[in-house]
Design a protein around this ligand. Structure first.
Ligand SMILES: CC(C)(COP(=O)(O)OP(=O)(O)OC[C@H]1O[C@@H](n2cnc3c(N)ncnc32)[C@H](O)[C@@H]1OP(=O)(O)O)[C@@H](O)C(=O)NCCC(=O)NCCS
Length: 146
């Protein structure tokens, strides 16, 4: 599927972005500093540079009707290529302890766990988040060399 950069004049696909992050405030903060990529109206991801060598992959999301058909993997492969071509040396990503699917997906794509930010989602989100019958409390950080 064709993946392209969202242009500055275009509206961000909020419904998709909210699938990966329930906080509008958090989404708006990294959208303003990063670059958003779109796969038609079915998939999205955001790249946010952290320093000259490291870039963070934020908010990978695929519309429910398109999930399970490889688009998530395609978005991450695309992000890895864009970041490497831009000269970054390392990509980081963070996900919740309850995000079983993304944890499997990122590790399948070569990301390795680097740290755990304990109680991140308790500190930063006003409402408790539950997924897969588990409370999302901790941010699991993963990274991959480019
Ligand atoms: C996570 C997400 C982006 C995956 O997109 P997708 O297009 O469904 O993923 P793919 O079809 O490319 O699947 C790739 C791999 O991801 C893993 N995976 C994805 N969803 C999974 C789930 N619900 N349970 C277990 N594994 C899952 C699997 O390893 C799968 O490969 P496999 O089935 O061959 O083992 C999508 O489910 C999504 O948008 N979820 C809601 C938003 C979200 O949580 N984003 C991540 C924020 S950190």
């Amino acid at each position: 599927m064709d993946i392209r950069k969202l242009q500055a004049k275009e509206t961000a696909p909020m419904a998709l972005l909210l699938l990966a992050d329930p906080s509008l405030e958090s989404i708006q903060s990294y959208l303003g500093q990063g670059e958003c990529y779109l796969a038609q109206d079915l998939g999205v991801y955001v790249l946010l540079p952290l320093d000259q060598e490291t870039i963070e992959l934020k908010n990978v999301a695929v519309a429910p009707e398109a999930q399970g058909r490889g688009l998530g993997q395609q978005l991450i492969s695309h992000a890895l290529k864009i970041a490497k071509n831009a000269g970054f040396k390392r990509m980081e990503v963070g996900t919740g302890n309850s995000s079983v699917g993304p944890l499997r997906l990122y590790q399948k794509m070569g990301f390795k766990q680097t740290s755990v930010d304990h109680e991140f989602f308790i500190r930063h989100y006003p409402m408790p988040i539950f997924e897969n019958g588990i409370q999302c409390r901790d941010m699991i950080r993963l990274a991959k060399d480019l």
